[in-house]
Design a protein around this ligand. Structure first.
Ligand code: ZN
Length: 477
């Protein structure tokens, strides 16, 4: 971790009879740390939890990016951009008492050949090993003079003031109120005050990491972490519900084409054959902050208690604008943007990206204003708007194992899965924004991502195709 973490005192009200946390009570500092979960990119979350987020197939997706041969990436830093994505909120989050994001965005890289003259034309990059405009590898650290941000009295990061908050076991949060406490007791069936016990816990970085881990998969993260209720330590994903009837995406919007190979014995997708645009879409999910995912999925991400946490921010802002430090802070939690250069040009989802900022650096006593270069570009040239190289075909399994396509590997995999080759059906699919949202949700909630993300309509169509009523290769979702 980059900074020395503080510890926060948090009071817990415990229902002794049922061995659960009724609610936690704390000041804004602990609430700030909880809210900061929404700013963490998914890839950072998986990294922090040691590749064990337990979210659907996200850990497998992360491992696929980790083991992909860099020759298939647009530049060396692409892998770090997926596995250790930047957060656009880092300037604010570095002021947290406990900041989970251990990337160090104050550090930039330059090439070794800087002189007083070349420093003006050479580049800086937030990731090491990019190629500078002069052709040299950028592997020398240079620190920036940080802009002064959020110094309004140093009062909190997202939340301001001296209000104390009640945080429910499911991360529902509100300012303390006796009336609300009584409602909560009633809802939880607590009649006897003697069943309740107050205790104080000291929360440090270890507890916050556990809270993050349980928040992703459980509706009772406080009980899980502070009472070690082993019965609850399973993930509590909601099942993928039948999808809501979305409007078809307009014909003008971008679409990605892929081929799905289905086993007509089990009605499951075995794998997809796809180009770089589909793989860029999957890898881009790892760069999304949790708050952005909740927003995109209309507060139905089904990630444990994260939807509730998002709701808490929204509810707090609607009660009074005075609780939050600024509108900018509110937007960082409810509509997080991607950092500069993290967007993909073939992205099907509507996502805002921050504009590259100027960074002030000192070199040989001279102050220089520099805009960081696009880490996906080599030699400051152009890039294809994604992480992986174009003109490569990839094989993506139902479980999110992604590898460059090879017919030999494909046959080997099919044999391993004990699927007779003559049972495979090829279906051409074109996905738009709606399907991309279903895909994101399936990645978060399912281990059979491709099978789950195809709309039930498509499966019905396939059954028709298998019964010989439709010509082959004609189905488009
Ligand atoms: Zn240079």
């Amino acid at each position: 971790m980059t900074s020395v973490s503080k510890r926060h005192f948090v009071e817990l009200l415990i229902d002794k009879k049922r061995n659960r946390v009724v609610f936690a009570e704390s000041d804004k500092d602990f609430v700030d740390v909880l809210f900061s979960f929404l700013t963490l990119p998914l890839g950072t979350v998986v990294h922090l939890l040691g590749n064990r987020s337990l979210l659907g197939a996200i850990d497998e997706l992360y491992s696929s990016a980790e083991s992909l041969d860099p020759i298939y990436l647009n530049s060396i830093p692409c892998k770090s951009m997926i596995l250790r994505p930047r957060s656009a909120a880092w300037v604010h989050c570095k002021r947290l008492g406990i900041n989970l994001d251990d990337s160090d965005p104050e550090v930039f890289y330059r090439c070794r050949t800087w002189s007083e003259f070349s420093a003006r034309t050479c580049c800086i990059s937030s990731y090491p090993n990019c190629l500078c405009s002069c052709g040299q590898v950028m592997d020398t650290i240079i620190t920036t003079v940080l802009p002064v941000v959020g110094e309004e009295g140093g009062d909190g990061v997202f939340v301001k003031g001296v209000t104390r908050f009640m945080i429910g076991d499911d991360l529902g949060l509100q300012p303390v109120s006796m009336a609300e406490s009584l409602v909560l007791f009633k809802n939880l069936g607590i009649r006897d005050g003697n069943d309740l016990e107050k205790t104080t816990v000291l929360v440090g970085i270890d507890e916050i990491l556990k809270l993050l881990e349980r928040s992703l998969v459980s509706k009772t993260p406080l009980t899980d972490v502070f009472l070690h209720n082993a019965d609850n330590l399973e993930s509590q994903h909601c099942m993928i519900q039948a999808r809501e009837k979305h409007q078809m995406t307009s014909t003008e919007s971008k679409r990605i084409n892929l081929k799905l190979f289905l086993s007509n014995e089990s009605s499951k997708v075995v794998y997809a054959e796809a180009k770089e645009d589909f793989v860029n879409l999957l890898f881009s999910f790892l760069t999304f902050p949790l708050g952005l995912i909740v927003k995109l999925l209309n507060k139905r991400s089904c990630m444990g208690s994260i939807d509730n946490l998002y709701d808490s921010v929204e509810a707090l802002c609607s009660v009074s604008s005075d609780y939050m430090k600024s509108e900018e802070c509110m937007n960082m939690l409810l509509s997080p943007k991607l950092p500069p250069y993290f967007g993909c040009s073939s992205q099907l989802l509507k996502i805002d990206e921050m504009l590259p900022q100027k960074h002030m650096i000192r070199f040989n006593g001279v102050k220089l204003d520099k805009v960081e270069m696009n880490p996906r570009c080599q030699n400051s040239g152009s890039e294809n708007g994604g992480f992986v190289k174009s003109l490569v075909t990839f094989m993506v399994t139902d479980e999110m194992l992604i590898t460059p396509f090879s017919p030999i590997a494909g046959v080997h995999m099919i044999n391993k899965m004990i699927i007779p080759i003559n049972c495979l059906e090829e279906v051409a699919v074109s996905i738009g924004e709606v399907e991309a949202l279903n895909l994101l949700k399936a990645c978060l909630n399912s281990r059979k991502v491709l099978s789950d993300f195809i709309s039930p309509n498509l499966l019905a169509l396939l059954e028709e195709k298998w019964s010989g009523q439709l010509p082959s290769h004609s189905i488009v979702s």
